[in-house]
Ligand binder design. Structure first.
Ligand code: NAD
Length: 339
């Protein structure tokens, strides 16, 4: 059995813990969240499972990691390398493998070169493997695209769109996407960096370019608010007509004056209320041209929970170091425990 600690028990982390607890190769042995309201609760009860898991949620990572002897920690706390780096280092120095869904960790080898090199060298020193994954970045707009190029004799250009529903995500995502802000607050948030739209375009675009052997001259990004005409609500945010329901974010990888990678990502809560159909669309112009459409979208919440769980055995078996989803074998769904 693989012993897993879940670090961060919000919308994604609790789903990862619930999914991991059902898998036959996995034993969830520890749970960390800084939210003091969760402290001392049985993880199984918190997750709404049929039986308690006998694992008490704690806010002290050192205590949990020392006392539960995990093989791997799954970190679902934050999006940014600077914030998850100390959490990753704490695990690595305790010889614990790491999977994180922090978007910037999906491929930070250029955007955060120093931190990425540090993680890689420390992982090798302590004999563990670190992986950044998630639905996006980590799958739909990067690894899946790369997989499809495997059937091409050559590739000229990639255009992909992910039109998705943000409703399953927690407070962290709503804040960084600007959901629930006024158009003025959205504009100000973009300026002062509190609203960033989708996190991970730089990482996805660089992953694609590196693996295709393309030398990009630059990456450009463009963001605009999606203003709601209707009242919309999730468990963490409420919006009135005229407020921001999401962000349309576009990322472009450019060689010379030519856009060779274009990723278009309008994300909002409850798109169905305004008759917006979700979907994932990839067009690879080349020989042959490959066009893929997944309708509706692969749901972001479940997709992230699944990827973070399904990669666990691969990460445990892989050579020490820091890897992206493009480096590792394709993810497959793990079998469930018998009821
Ligand atoms: P959330 O706000 O619902 O949950 C975050 C949880 O982590 C909270 O319970 C919070 O108390 C806990 N936490 C935060 N910092 C902590 C710390 N230092 N120590 C212990 N606990 C801490 O957010 P979410 O929707 O679950 O998403 C989690 C993160 O994953 C976000 O940053 C989100 O952007 C990212 N994410 C990535 C992908 C992907 O595709 N790569 C997909 C979904 C979410």
């Amino acid at each position: 059995m693989i012993r897993v600690v879940c670090w961060g028990l919000g919308a994604m982390g609790s789903g990862i813990a619930r999914n991991a607890a059902k898998k036959d190769q996995i034993h969830v042995v520890g749970a960390i969240d800084r939210d003091e309201r969760l402290k001392g609760k049985d993880l199984g009860e918190y997750l709404g499972l049929k039986k308690p898991l006998g694992v008490k949620i704690d806010s002290d990572p050192v205590k949990v990691l020392n006392e539960s002897y995990p093989d791997i920690a799954v970190i679902a706390t934050n999006s940014f390398v600077s914030n998850v780096l100390p959490q990753i280092m704490l695990c690595v120095e305790k010889h614990i493998n790491v999977i994180t869904i922090a978007e910037e960790m999906a491929y930070p080898f250029e955007s955060h070169e120093e931190a990425a090199q540090l993680i890689d060298s420390m992982a090798k020193k302590y004999g563990v493997t670190v992986l950044g994954t998630g639905i996006n970045p980590g799958f739909v707009l990067d690894q899946l695209i790369l997989n499809l190029t495997g059937a091409c004799l050559n590739v000229r250009k990639i255009t992909a769109r992910r039109i998705n529903d943000l409703s399953p995500f927690g407070k962290t995502v709503m804040e960084t996407q600007g959901v629930g802000s006024t158009p003025e607050q959205f504009k100000a948030g973009l300026k002062n960096g509190t609203i960033v739209g989708h996190i991970g375009f730089r990482q996805s675009i660089k992953m694609i370019a590196d693996y295709l052997g393309w030398q990009l001259d630059r990456i450009e990004e463009e963001r605009e608010p999606i203003i709601s005409k209707t009242r919309r609500e999730t468990s963490v945010v409420k919006i009135e007509p005229g407020m921001v329901a999401g962000c349309k974010h576009i990322g472009r990888g450019i060689i010379g004056n030519e856009v060779v990678i274009e990723l278009i990502h309008p994300q909002q809560i409850h798109p169905e209320i305004e008759q917006v159909d979700t979907g994932d669309y990839i067009v690879i112009e080349g020989d042959p041209t490959v066009s893929m459409a997944i309708k509706p979208e692969i749901p972001g919440g479940k997709g992230t929970m699944a990827l973070a769980t399904n990669m666990i055995p691969t990460v445990i078996d892989w050579d020490p170091g820091f890897y992206s989803m493009a480096d590792l074998p394709i993810p497959v769904c793990l079998p469930q425990k018998e009821e």
